[in-house]
Design a protein around this ligand. Structure first.
Ligand SMILES: [Zn+2]
Length: 683
């Protein structure tokens, strides 16, 4: 879209004089004042240097409209500053006060089903509401004026997790704002909108703008192009809320950077590629999926995606947990050492600050069973000791700050394709975008390759290999970008259900896979989704009739594939496409494009990826044992190898240099004890 560049341009503005940030959300308003002095003393003991303050404090700071009580916050900020703790000061606009929702009930958001969401939780506001906008601007301006010159404040934390609970608002005010957004998108041309949305289907043609509504609950599936535009509008509506507060703060305090906490990789509702260039520092919240086996791989993926949003620049982890969270079905506690491994994995992948939700475990409210840096049981506790230990680690790692992660390959990622792929009435309900991405990412992690995520229209020329798992929505520009990349010598691996529709969810003309046919050198005559639990066998025929590594299986999907110029490499032995090609390879210009027409996982996927690595000249690092996570960061002050042992066995990796956490000299082999982390300075 106009005004967006890929990757985002970043003028990183790390908070002045702040090294590697360490701390968490600090909510002193939940505690009597006599606890505050102890808090600051404990923060110093743990090596905390930054805390996020005031995230949900609106009702305390403005107890009634236009009346302010800043005294308590003055005292908190002064106390923190005296203790040498810097502040990431929040605008509290994710927590509209009860008086605001009572006085201006139109602020309450409305769901797709028409239900109005009430107070008593958080994030209950309509992003298009003028009454909300006025009130949010007022409290933001008050905070900016009062604290912009306070010496403790080094960063502005606008709002909290935009789009986290209310993906979109469907009220009448939002409907009018949606129509305004559409008028701009289609340059006031209703015929263009009718064309783009394909409203000839089911007689949905609009004769006047006023007839258009948000995609509210309807008798059956609502027009998919309408749903896509509404998702774009909703992400933009929240972005307008962010910009309003950011611009007020920038005008008052141009020297203080502004951020907001993303939820990259888990939040479907926000197009973070469009947001990333709007913040001064990219910041993310990440929580382990507690029951997912090897959930540290999902953590690595979120961290790689966040770094990619930052254009490779260092980023800030604003929230993660010291142990269990409170909102999953079964909130598993982290085991000893897991806190350090998790935190330093974010650092390995580019984070220059590690913050937790939250400082002190709450006794009341919805999140009282969420772990914290200071647990309910106080400081005579394993978690506290690990928190103090991590603070000491970060002090030892200060030279890492500002260095950059060295990526090996790129994977395309697009929120808009995610939205489109998971609308109603796709060829199979089993198609999940996150599953497609994760199952490929996991194999790269296990091969010790570091992944950058890229927008489909980003410059890909720096990468030897680009992976494209299920990119259903591809614009002509994105397809041309991938073609250019391969023609110039790149290697791409594309999976099924890619390149099918344009930005309006309209099928590209000329048959599947639409805009990728010439790049892949094939056509797909028909999708052949499989039954639940069904699998298909693939083999690689050789001239003598054998299969060198034996067969392998796919599931979820098969295709009736017609390779025009592509070479069949694996073929279907059974299933609905028996006898036909399953995996193909096509030389295109100076490069190579692979196509995988079924869902492969695990070692089966490895077999295809290894061929692509060979084409691309990608060599997974040798001598790194399974379960050892190894990432390199390079910068002006040195080159660092972060090694994280996720196993119960001591492991080692080749290396020379000085280990930063123990001070040990390493000549040839870096030993990483079971469950431990080591950071080798190699230069
Ligand atoms: Zn609304």
């Amino acid at each position: 879209m106009a005004g967006t560049t890929y990757p985002p341009h970043h003028q990183l503005r790390w908070p002045h004089k702040l090294g590697i940030a360490y701390g968490g959300d600090y909510n002193p308003e939940q505690w009597p004042e006599e606890v505050w002095a102890e808090d600051v003393a404990l923060m110093r003991e743990a090596g905390v240097n930054l805390v996020s303050v005031g995230i949900f404090s609106w009702a305390l700071l403005e107890p009634s409209e236009g009346a302010y009580e800043f005294g308590w916050l003055d005292r908190v900020l002064d106390l923190l500053h005296e203790g040498g703790i810097a502040v990431d000061l929040a605008t509290p606009t994710a927590a509209p006060p009860a008086w605001l929702l009572r006085r201006y009930p139109e602020i309450r958001p409305r769901t797709r089903e028409g239900q109005v969401l009430g107070p008593g939780a958080r994030n209950g506001f309509c992003p298009s509401s003028p009454a909300y906008a006025r009130a949010a601007a007022r409290i933001t301006e008050q905070l900016g004026k009062r604290y912009g010159s306070h010496p403790a404040v080094v960063l502005w934390h606008v709002h909290n997790e935009y789009g986290g609970h209310v993906p979109a608002c469907y009220c009448e005010v939002s409907a009018a704002a949606f129509r305004d957004w559409l008028r701009e998108r289609y340059s006031g041309d209703l015929t263009a909108l009718n064309q783009a949305w394909g409203t000839a289907f089911w007689g949905q043609r609009y004769g006047e703008w006023e007839e258009i509504e948000p995609p509210r609950l309807a008798p059956t599936a609502v027009n998919p192009a309408q749903q896509l535009d509404f998702a774009r509008f909703s992400s933009d509506a929240y972005l307008e809320c962010f910009r309003r507060e950011r611009d007020l703060l920038r005008a008052l305090t141009p020297q203080i950077p502004v951020t907001t906490n993303f939820m990259a990789s888990t939040c479907k509702n926000i197009d973070y590629w469009r947001w990333a260039s709007e913040v001064d520092v990219v910041a993310n919240d990440h929580y382990l999926k507690a029951e997912l086996p090897d959930n540290h791989i999902d953590l690595a993926m979120a961290a790689d995606l966040t770094r990619s949003l930052a254009g490779g620049a260092p980023w800030l982890l604003l929230e993660h947990s010291t142990s269990a969270v409170n909102w999953q079905p079964r909130n598993l506690a982290k085991r000893p050492g897991e806190l350090r491994r998790n935190s330093l994995a974010h650092l390995a992948r580019g984070a220059d600050g590690l913050m937790f939700f939250q400082w002190r475990a709450a006794r009341s409210g919805a999140e009282k069973f969420h772990s914290a840096m200071v647990p309910h049981g106080g400081t005579d506790h394993r978690i506290w000791r690990e928190v103090v230990g991590l603070g000491a680690d970060l002090a030892a790692l200060r030279e890492v700050r500002g260095s950059r992660v060295v990526p090996d390959v790129a994977m395309l990622w697009d929120w808009q394709s995610w939205w489109a792929q998971e609308l109603e009435w796709r060829p199979s309900v089993d198609l999940s975008y996150q599953d497609a991405i994760y199952s490929w990412y996991e194999r790269l992690w296990r091969a010790h390759l570091t992944v950058d995520f890229a927008h489909p229209q980003a410059d890909l020329s720096a990468y030897p290999l680009v992976l494209v798992p299920s990119l259903y929505l591809m614009t002509d520009a994105a397809a041309a970008n991938l073609r250019r990349y391969v023609a110039a010598g790149g290697t791409a691996v594309v999976s099924f259900f890619s390149g099918i529709v344009d930005e309006h969810d309209t099928v590209h003309p000329g048959g599947y896979p639409g805009v990728l046919r010439d790049l892949l050198g094939l056509r797909v005559a028909e999708f052949l989704p499989l039954r639940a639990g069904q699998s298909v066998t693939l083999e690689e025929p050789t001239p003598d009739g054998g299969t060198p590594e034996g067969g392998m299986t796919g599931d979820l999907w098969a295709e009736d594939l017609l390779p025009d110029r592509a070479d069949p490499v694996w073929t279907y032995v059974d299933g609905p496409a028996a006898g036909g090609p399953a995996v193909t390879r096509h030389r295109f210009g100076d490069g190579t494009a692979w196509y995988v027409s079924t869902r492969l996982r695990g070692t089966a996927l490895d077999r295809v990826l290894r061929r692509a690595y060979a084409d691309a000249g990608v060599r997974p690092p040798a001598g790194v044992p399974d379960g050892l996570e190894v990432v390199r960061r390079v910068g002006g002050r040195g080159e660092f190898l972060v090694a994280i042992n996720h196993t119960g066995t001591d492991l080692s990796v080749p290396g020379h240099g000085t280990e930063q956490l123990t001070g040990a000299t390493c000549a040839g082999e870096l030993l990483v004890p079971a469950g431990a982390v080591r950071v080798l300075r190699t230069r």
